[in-house]
Ligand binder design. Structure first.
Ligand SMILES: Cc1cc2nc3c(=O)[nH]c(=O)nc-3n(C[C@H](O)[C@H](O)[C@H](O)COP(=O)(O)OP(=O)(O)OC[C@H]3O[C@@H](n4cnc5c(N)ncnc54)[C@H](O)[C@@H]3O)c2cc1C
Length: 444
């Protein structure tokens, strides 16, 4: 049934980004003693390693699998840093000073990620595409106006409201009520970005060990002994950067940061004329609806990569492809016969506040909970976590004033509550949003 929308050689379960990937072999065990042990070798851990090493610490990095095969090489490559929550929500949760601080820190975080790419000469198909957030309902458009006013207080040119009549310069579809355009946001190729960071770590002679999960952590005087798949390590400090893939003895964290899957498809090549008609702005594009579709052109400008919340629980790639293709055709009916070459998923590390947090628990420093926005925030906050672990003032960030809350629905272990949440969203929230969107469209 689904096969019809897949090409004969479709890669199911494998990200488009991995087509030309060569994975670095890192079989060596970690050293027996370090100043700082970093657990997890995605964007968070690698950036933490660079910052700590350059501050003079003896560092090692371990990963339970192949570094990068968590979320960091599976994502959409959309690159910007404005907070996930609106200012009013942040003010309610943390007060006006922290809300302001989080909005002000967005540009610093983006500048940090761009600076890292520049400083380490990371060739990652970085493109200054801008990003447009597309309003699914009139109410979403009103919320965007409030967000725009707050963003502009700190970054006057940081964003611009686009009325419905102006959307045609960015995207050709009648589906949206307007949008919020961030001209300073970027697109990149996540595998190349991660691999560039990994090379920067290896060039510093920082040991990185793959297939080396942390199995237990015990106090040892002021430091720790960490038992791993490849032997024990004594570490004065630890930074945990395991986000939506956390496994092992980190139950405090898995109760607060849970794996929420996100899915992406890549289409077969599409004619330049049709692509120019569908997406004349060549922007990164995200929706405001709870289904949260996000889409872009591939770096070579020949395909659409279309991601979203096809489900909140595990779905096999063929089923995910079918759902995402259907959503894509809602946006662009012209793509009804366009086939899918890749369908894959990854875990975002989601929090009950939708915000990341940097801090320490029982002496373990951490940065996690990016809730689906980590291409900038993970390296930026990984760097902050490393500085905090070393007692360096450069670790200060308003993201230490957010919180990793617990929720009674999630006592720990597998996030079983997502089955109920999935049902609620599919049967109620999606329908209610679609009804609100349709009844106010001029063509309805
Ligand atoms: C499908 C998808 C699309 C996304 N799109 C975007 C996007 O367009 N823009 C954006 O900004 N963000 C996006 N994100 C989010 C972004 O990819 C993540 O926030 C970011 O990659 C998190 O990086 P990380 O280093 O914290 O975690 P990860 O890259 O997930 O790495 C965590 C690592 O920890 C390791 N680990 C776990 N437990 C242990 C242990 N006990 N011992 C040793 N190692 C361990 C894992 O093996 C893994 O390698 C997306 C995410 C997904 C899944």
């Amino acid at each position: 049934m689904t096969r019809g929308l897949l090409t004969d050689d479709a890669q199911l379960g494998q990200p488009y980004w991995w087509d030309d990937a060569t994975w670095v072999s890192l079989p060596d065990p970690p050293p027996a003693k370090v100043d700082l042990l970093i657990i997890g070798a995605g964007f968070t851990g690698l950036s933490a390693a660079i910052a700590a090493h350059d501050a003079g610490a003896k560092v090692a990095v371990i990963d339970a699998g192949q570094p990068g095969k968590g979320a960091s090489t599976r994502n959409g490559g959309m690159t910007g840093a404005h907070p996930r929550n609106g200012w009013d929500d942040l003010n309610r949760d943390y007060g006006a000073q922290v809300a302001d601080g989080l909005f002000a820190e967005a540009q610093k975080a983006l500048d940090f990620a761009l600076g890292l790419i520049d400083q380490e000469n990371i060739e990652c198909d970085l493109q200054a595409t801008g990003r447009i957030q597309l309003a699914w309902t009139p109410a979403h458009l009103e919320n965007q106006k409030k967000t725009a006013a707050h963003v502009q207080r700190f970054t006057p040119d940081g964003c611009k409201m686009i009325p419905r009549a102006g959307l045609g310069d960015h995207i050709n579809t009648p589906q949206y009520h307007g949008g919020l355009y961030f001209p300073g946001h970027y697109a990149l190729h996540p595998w190349k970005y991660h691999n560039g960071m990994l090379q920067a770590v290896l060039n510093r002679d920082i040991p990185v060990s793959s297939d080396c999960a942390a199995q237990s952590v015990a106090r040892n005087g002021a430091g720790f002994v960490v038992k791993t798949d490849k032997g024990s390590i004594q570490a004065d400090k630890i930074v945990l950067g395991t986000n939506g893939y956390t496994k092992g003895p980190f139950h405090w964290f898995t109760r607060r940061v849970f794996p929420l899957p996100s899915f992406i498809i890549a289409t077969q090549q599409i004619s330049p004329n049709l692509l120019g008609e569908l997406a004349p702005g060549k922007r990164m594009m995200v929706e405001t609806r709870a289904r949260h579709s996000y889409f872009r052109l591939s770096p070579d400008g020949t395909r659409i990569l279309f991601g979203g919340r096809a489900s909140m629980v595990h779905l096999n790639p063929a089923q995910a492809a079918k759902r995402l293709h259907a959503t894509m055709v809602e946006v662009w009916p012209q793509l009804a016969d366009t086939k899918v070459t890749h369908a894959w998923s990854g875990n975002t590390g989601y929090t009950f506040s939708h915000m990341p947090n940097v801090g320490s628990h029982d002496g373990i420093h951490y940065s996690m909970g990016y809730s689906g926005s980590g291409t900038v925030m993970a390296p930026y906050l990984g760097m902050k976590a490393a500085y905090q672990a070393l007692g360096d003032d450069r670790g200060q960030t308003f993201y230490s004033h957010t919180t990793l809350r617990r929720h009674w629905m999630h006592p720990g272990g597998q996030p079983h509550f997502l089955k109920a949440a999935n049902m609620w969203y599919r049967t109620y929230v999606d329908r209610a949003e679609n009804w609100a969107a349709r009844r106010s469209r001029p063509d309805s």
